[in-house]
Every structure is written in structure tokens, then in C-alpha cells.
Write a protein that binds this ligand. Structure first.
Ligand SMILES: *Cc1c(COP(=O)(O)O)cnc(C)c1O
Length: 405
């Protein structure tokens, strides 16, 4: 039977209730409820300090193979703390990808440092290590390497090059908790690894973050900056209590998401307009906070990404536009290396599928893949009016928006 997308008058894959269930996060695990109950019973929910933070820091240290862990209030502040830990200060430069989480650009600015934009590598969809040498000037102090949308930078090579150039490495693993890259945990490679426990993230307390490191000088600077008679960027005991059981369930969820991402990859094989970003190396078990999917082709622009996303939204599938990237940022705010073609292309063409879809049954994942292909076919065959509502106007709530800051 032919698969008819909603944009062609078919039945949406997920009607409103099903779509809301599909996007629902955090998980209602009984262990999390019990952790809250225990924190209530023992009064730790209302105290400055307790056992949960210590236990969580130890669990994170084990998971990321790092001896030093500092819990904090968000991934955004964790990036800033990491940079400060590496001694970045006013007037310095920090190299980062021209397509990245918006807050990372702002974290560099918050310190009074200047962002230096380099392109992403087309294959790995991580920061292009080959551009580091050219980007690195006398004021360059650090590089931010982010794991984005299931892809990862070439971490072994990046560490080598950064060391030669004297750059500290901030490894942003906010989207990659649980992932293994070249045999090592994502987040456990850099001089400082950065984690987020924000409300949509793979492990969540609504808010929260952490920095991990093997370098005591780095952690000491972070400590001095954070402790002002009180911790200026704290994680609460209650947050730590609800995070602990999630580290226990992470490996099983990670495997399910990875299997579903691979299944979707197979379903989209041969579809030229939908290409999942892939971790191109062996020995990798990437984590998927969002599964990145390239839309369309660069030339000629046969289809508009927004038309496609509007049609997808009618199905209740939580697939949205990726980051806008930084290629539009003015020269007074940053220095840029070359034309940044891959970052520019990603800003126009990247789409991201929310991780909750990857926890669904094989059958549901298959129906999602088939439907996405049907929509491409319907739009390319020209059988659909282009007067679609812009994405974001349908009734299903978006899980999270990263608007330009
Ligand atoms: C979510 C995210 C952050 C910031 O984390 P918050 O806890 O939301 O502040 C930083 N970097 C990346 C890549 C992220 O996805």
C-alpha cells in the first residue's frame, strides 16, 4: 500500500496525543520518583550539602575516566568555567566551529575573549582539525570541540595538534553523554570535558551541568572563580539525587538509541535528500541527543528545507531545523578562517531529530523513516502546493529551541 503523507491528504503518522507522547521527556522512571522521595524523607532536598553530590561526582568521574569533577548549574556555564580553567582571559582568542551551540560563542565573549571561527570537517561533522594551525595566532589560548548531532571531531588528532600549538582543549560533550569515541568516553578526551543536564538532554535534572578534567591546575582555577564564600554556580542536592539513577539506566537507553539511529540510516540509504550525519570512524558508539540529518543538496536547491520541515511537522515527528551557526556574525565580534562552506551549508540544511524518537519500537522507527522518504518524494514530484505554513505553527510543542542568542 502506498504511504500517503499528511501534506498530501493522508493521515498524520502521529496525531496530537501520540506526537506529545513521542516528544515526552524526562522519562517517568520509578527510580527517579524514589530518589525524590528519599531526598524528601532525609531532608537532603533542602540542604546546601549532602551525600548525593559526592556520589554523583564519583559516578561521573568513573563514567568519563576523569579524576576531577565539578558539578555546576548548566552546560552553558560549564563551557565558560572550562575556558576560565584553561586560563583564557580578556583579549585572548578561542577557536571554535562556525556551526555550534549558540551559547559557546557567548561563553567566549562573556570572558572578554574573541571567537575565532573555523569550518567543520565535511566527513566527520566535527571541527576541522586541519584548520587549527592556520587559525592559531599569538593570542589563541584554547579550542572548543563539540560533539554535535551524533557526530564527533577527530579527537586523537585534535589533541595532538592542539598540544603542538599550545592550545587547551574544551570538549563539549553536552549532546554526547554515554557515547564512546575511538574507545574512550566522549567528554573524557579534552583538557576539560563539559556536560549538560538540561531539561531536554539525555540525562536531565531540568538544569545542571558538570566539568570533568584530569588537570588539577584547571580545576583549581575553576574553584577559585566559582567559590565566593558560596558556590556561585551550584547544582542542588535534589538535582544530584535525581541524576544518579539516570546514570544507571544510561547504557541501556544508549544502546537502544544507537540501534534506532542505525536503523534509520539504513532506511534512508539511497535517498539523496536525506543523509544522516555519521560518525565516520571505527571503534565509535556515538550518543544521540539529536540525530543530525542533512537536507537536500547544495546546488541546485531543488527543495526548501522549511517546506520539508512544515510537512514533517504535520506528521507529529519531532524533526526540526539545526543551529543557525555563526557565519552571519560581524567581523567586529569574531575572526574567521576562510569561507566556512560546511558550517554555512549546515546552517541552511541541517535538521535534527529529537532523541525520544530513537527510544521507540523498531516498527515506529521504520514508519518514521518511510514517511520521511514519502514526503521527499511528494515534494520533489511537485504534487504539493508550496504554500505550507512555516515550521513552528502546528499544535505540537517543540521539545527545545536553540534560538540565536
Ligand atoms: C545543551 C548544550 C549546551 C548547554 O547546556 P545547558 O545545560 O542547556 O546550558 C552546550 N553545548 C551543547 C552542544 C549543547 O547541546
Amino acid at each position: 500500500m502506498k504511504d500517503v503523507p499528511a501534506v498530501c491528504g493522508g493521515t498524520p503518522l502521529f496525531e496530537r496525543d501520540a506526537a506529545e507522547r513521542l516528544s515526552a521527556w524526562p522519562p517517568a522512571d520509578p527510580e527517579i520518583g524514589e530518589a525524590m522521595q528519599r531526598a524528601f524523607a532525609d531532608g537532603s532536598w533542602g540542604r546546601y550539602r549532602g551525600v548525593h553530590s559526592d556520589r554523583l561526582a564519583k559516578a561521573i568521574g568513573r563514567a568519563f575516566e576523569r579524576t576531577l569533577v565539578r558539578l555546576c548549574s548548566s552546560g552553558t556555564i560549564a563551557v565558560e568555567l572550562a575556558l576560565r580553567g584553561l586560563g583564557v582571559g580578556p583579549g585572548d582568542e578561542v577557536i571554535l566551529g562556525a556551526y555550534d551551540f549558540p551559547g559557546n560563542f557567548r561563553a567566549v565573549e562573556a570572558i572578554g575573549a574573541t571567537p575565532v571561527l573555523v569550518d567543520l570537517d565535511e566527513t566527520s561533522f566535527g571541527i576541522d582539525v586541519a584548520q587549527l594551525e592556520c587559525a592559531c595566532g599569538p593570542k589563541s589560548k584554547a579550542v572548543i570541540a563539540s560533539h554535535l548531532h551524533g557526530a564527533s571531531p577527530d579527537m586523537p588528532r585534535l589533541l595532538d595538534v592542539a598540544q603542538t600549538l599550545g592550545l587547551g582543549v574544551v570538549e563539549d560533550a553536552c549532546q554526547a553523554i554515554g557515547g564512546i569515541i575511538d574507545g574512550r568516553p566522549a567528554g573524557g578526551w579534552g583538557d576539560v570535558g563539559v556536560l549538560s543536564f538540561g531539561g531536554s538532554k539525555l540525562v536531565t535534572a531540568g538544569r545542571g551541568g558538570a566539568v570533568v578534567s584530569g588537570r588539577s591546575d584547571v580545576m583549581q582555577r575553576i574553584k577559585v572563580f566559582s567559590e565566593r564564600g558560596n558556590d556561585a554556580f551550584p547544582m542542588s542536592e535534589l538535582q544530584a539525587a535525581v541524576l544518579l539513577p539516570q546514570f544507571a539506566s544510561l547504557p541501556e537507553r544508549h544502546r537502544r538509541r544507537l540501534a534506532a539511529a542505525r536503523q534509520l540510516g539504513r532506511l534512508l540509504e539511497g535517498c539523496r535528500d536525506l543523509r544522516p550525519v555519521a560518525c565516520g570512524r571505527t571503534n565509535c558508539d556515538p550518543a544521540f541527543y539529536k540525530l543530525g540529518v542533512w537536507f537536500g543538496r547544495d546546488e541546485p536547491a531543488s527543495l526548501e528545507r522549511d517546506d520539508f520541515l512544515s510537512a514533517v511537522e504535520l506528521e507529529g515527528i519531532p524533526l526540526h531545523a539545526g543551529f543557525r551557526g555563526f557565519i552571519g556574525r560581524g567581523a567586529q565580534r569574531c575572526r574567521r578562517i576562510g569561507e566556512l562552506p560546511t558550517a554555512g551549508s549546515a546552517a541552511r540544511r541541517m535538521m535534527v531529530l529529537h532523541h525520544t524518537t530513537l527510544l521507540e519500537s523498531n516498527d515506529t522507527v521504520e514508519r518514521v523513516g518511510v514517511r520521511l522518504r514519502s514526503i521527499v518524494e511528494a515534494l520533489t514530484s511537485g504534487g504539493v502546493s508550496r504554500n505550507l505554513a512555516p515550521p513552528g505553527s502546528a499544535s505540537v510543542p517543540r521539545p527545545e529551541r536553540f534560538d540565536e542568542l
